[in-house]
Design a protein around this ligand. Structure first.
Ligand SMILES: [Zn+2]
Ligand SMILES: [Zn+2]
Ligand SMILES: [Zn+2]
Length: 345
């Protein structure tokens, strides 16, 4: 019998359709397509092709090297097709009952390697460098009073919106408004905190550690779980074990531990189902400089807990999901966890 499960944070229901349960090899039809560059097409993210991108915002390069040329290790550029623009002002206004504003914000691409490597081919050191650059970018964007939130994400594979060029990269988008998804989580975590005076994510971690049914792996400072109400097969969350609401305030000494655990989780999942399309998103607390909202933020340091969500794109979202806001997941997270845990790399 299928099971309805409720996500404890935001109250979203998921149907775990156990009667449609698949084995991991049945997901391999969703593997990532081979990269095919058109004849004469060059990868704009490779070292040596800097002139194919807008001028860089930042680059980690050897001292003395001029910008927008070779010799870098990690490079940050404005998006080639930005969703939001850093210039201009918001001009928030009403049109009758409708609200609108200019799409002001930031949209940056962090190119994680000068070589043409894809996700999964980067060394631990290279990923650590990229994360350090991303943290500096988030800290820089915090200084822009027009930006309320920075969303960091990855799209990998065409099915996940990753485009046809697979050069490893991360996107960050600084938005002038707070995000609906994050607001839902903030509301859920605050309600829980008001009632229990505890962080709901810390409670989830405690329960999962005790039960050991959905813990994929853990390290000294981080843990990867298959969430109880997973929306997608092989959905995984990575969280710090110690309570913290702001990713960008992470102790930089802990980044190697985080990278090791993430690489292990991705490596084992790939071993279980092959190279898979995915979205990877960071959920962290919004910037809190709005004095008027101080009461609203009063407990956020205690009630919210940052985390990454790995969302494999292996199933299609269709009419039922769009109409209901529910998700149908054909693989119980306990099974997904077992398959990934058992994969040997
Ligand atoms: Zn490339
Ligand atoms: Zn917590
Ligand atoms: Zn989240």
């Amino acid at each position: 019998m299928p099971e309805l499960r409720k996500d404890p944070v935001i109250g979203r229901w998921v149907i775990i359709a156990t009667d449609r349960a698949k084995r991991p090899d049945q997901f391999s039809s969703s593997v990532v397509e081979k990269e095919e560059l058109a004849a004469g097409e060059k990868c704009p993210f490779c070292e040596g092709n800097e002139s194919l991108t807008p001028p860089e915002i930042y680059a980690l390069r050897k001292p003395g090297g001029p910008p927008n040329g070779p010799g870098w290790n990690v490079r940050v550029i404005p998006s080639i097709s930005p969703l939001l623009h850093i210039e201009g002002n918001l001009d928030r206004h009403g049109h009758g009952m409708y609200d609108l504003m200019n799409a002001r914000g930031a949209h940056e691409i962090i190119i994680e390697t000068p070589q043409h490597l894809v996700e999964g081919q980067l060394s631990k050191e290279q990923i650590i460098s990229s994360i350090n650059v991303i943290l500096s970018r988030i800290q820089d964007l915090e200084r822009d009073p027009g930006i309320k939130y920075v969303l960091m994400f990855k799209n990998y594979g065409k099915a996940a919106g990753g485009g046809h060029i697979k050069h490893a990269r991360t996107q960050i988008i600084g938005t002038p408004v707070n995000l609906k998804r994050v607001k839902e989580e903030l509301a859920g975590t605050k309600t829980y905190y008001d009632y229990k005076e505890r962080c709901i994510f810390c409670d989830i971690l405690k329960q999962e550690m005790a039960a050991q049914k959905r813990v994929i792996a853990d390290s000294k400072y981080f843990i990867a779980i298959a969430p109880f109400a997973s929306r997608f097969p092989f959905e995984t969350w990575i969280l710090p074990k110690e309570h913290s609401c702001d990713f960008y305030k992470i102790d930089r000494d802990r980044i190697p531990d985080f990278v090791e655990l993430s690489r292990l989780v991705f490596g084992k999942t790939r071993k279980a189902i092959g190279d898979f399309p995915f979205n990877f998103v960071l959920h962290t607390a919004p910037f809190r400089r709005d004095i008027a909202k101080r009461d609203y933020w009063e407990t956020i340091d205690y009630d919210y807990h940052w985390h990454f969500e790995i969302l494999p794109i292996l199933t299609r979202v269709a009419g039922f999901e769009w109409g209901s806001g529910f998700y149908i997941n054909p693989l119980p997270p306990e099974d997904a966890c077992k398959y990934v845990k058992e994969a040997q790399i």
